[in-house]
Design a protein around this ligand. Structure first.
Ligand code: COA
Length: 331
């Protein structure tokens, strides 16, 4: 059975840096509060007129270049976002056009913070099934324009940010390499603990001034409940993929946790007994870019030479749903 290996990675973020000090007067918050609770020092927010697909295109071009491939060599695109440029069709369609790819298969996934992990699992399953051999996997968000930039929204809006990461997955017949284990879960009992209620078909009328005025279209989060579950589920899930591969935390060269909150990543590291050099965090500079956190971090690690042939690499995520999961790869 073929397995999936990473052929190339890339990322792109808006050039607009937004510091905590810039947000403080708008949201009645402070640099100290944000750093202490989340670890975030600054984030990137889009400029008016930017599109998410353009970030994704830039990230994808870098990933294709690293892979030594042309967009025409791709068989498929799997695109994760909770903030698509348009309601229909999904961003994968616009990316196919922007890249000049062939008439490839493409799929759009909205799995929030788990978006990239699930996108990769779809691509990996296609590769294992022998359906496709070269797949572009993208995680991208442009959420800053949908946040409540007022004191009412401060607990949520200081966290989230924009950006895109991409990777090209390819098939290999070499044994023992590539994606070796998956662990993916959902518990819908917590659906309303981190959600955006509308616009949606359950709301009548789906789009109305009163819903805008009441803040119903903004993200809402029970931060404490998210925190409490994340620090249990992520280590549990990393443990599950390690067990499948017959490995232990000491065997991990690099863990990339979804960049939800630096305090969550630190708690996950502690529970797994990992050293600082085994865990990669960049939320300090990008905030939480939801589906884009893992591929942005992965690209930074790859370009910094943090992963060598044979290294064990784990990605883990937790977020809205609640959904959570992990993937384990041998580089
Ligand atoms: C969001 C989070 C930082 C909030 O921290 P917390 O200690 O739980 O804070 P609470 O929501 O209980 O609020 C505590 C106080 O801080 C205030 N507060 C909330 N956001 C604030 C902000 N940005 N600036 C200043 N004060 C803020 C609250 O109003 C509250 O004030 P009160 O005590 O006077 O009522 C924290 O819960 C968290 O990190 N959760 C995980 C969230 C996450 O990772 N989400 C992404 C998932 S993918």
């Amino acid at each position: 059975m073929p397995r999936s290996i990473v052929l190339g990675t890339g990322h792109a973020v808006p050039d607009r840096v937004v510091t905590n000090d810039e947000l403080s007067p708008l949201m009645d918050t402070s640099d100290e509060w944000i750093r202490e609770r989340t670890g975030i020092q600054e984030r990137r927010w889009a400029r008016e007129g930017d599109t998410g697909v353009e970030y994704a295109r830039q990230a994808s071009v870098q990933a294709l270049e690293m892979a030594g491939l042309d967009a025409k060599d791709l068989d498929a695109i799997v695109y994760a976002t909770l903030s698509p440029d348009h309601f229909i069709p999904g961003n994968s369609v616009f990316l196919q056009r922007a890249l000049g790819a062939g008439h490839v298969a493409s799929v759009n996934l909205n799995n929030a913070c788990n978006g990239f992990l699930y996108a990769m699992s779809v691509a990996d399953a296609w590769i294992r099934a022998g359906m496709f051999r070269r797949i572009l996997v993208v995680g991208q968000e442009l959420v800053s324009s949908r946040l409540d930039i007022s004191p009412q929204g401060r607990a949520v809006s200081v966290i989230f940010a924009d950006g895109a990461g991409a990777l090209v997955l390819g098939a290999t017949e070499e044994p023992g390499r590539g994606v070796l284990a998956w662990d993916l879960h959902t518990d819908g009992s917590y659906a309303e603990n981190l959600w955006v209620d509308g616009p949606g078909a359950a709301i009548w009328p789906p789009i109305a001034v009163q819903h805008i005025e009441s803040g119903r279209y903004f993200p809402h989060m029970d931060g404490r409940e998210v925190f409490r579950h994340a620090i249990v589920r992520m280590p549990e899930s990393v443990g599950a993929v390690l067990a499948q591969a017959g490995l232990s935390p000491a065997d991990i060269t690099l863990l990339i946790p979804h960049q939800a909150n630096l305090r969550i990543s630190e708690a996950v590291q502690k529970r797994l007994g990992l050293r600082d050099d085994q865990v990669y965090n960049n939320i300090q500079f990008y905030g939480n870019t939801t589906a884009a956190t893992i591929p942005i971090a992965l690209d930074e690690c790859v370009r910094a030479g943090r992963l060598k042939a044979g290294d064990v690499f784990v990605m883990t995520a937790f977020g809205s749903g609640f959904q959570w999961g992990s993937a384990l790869m041998r580089w």
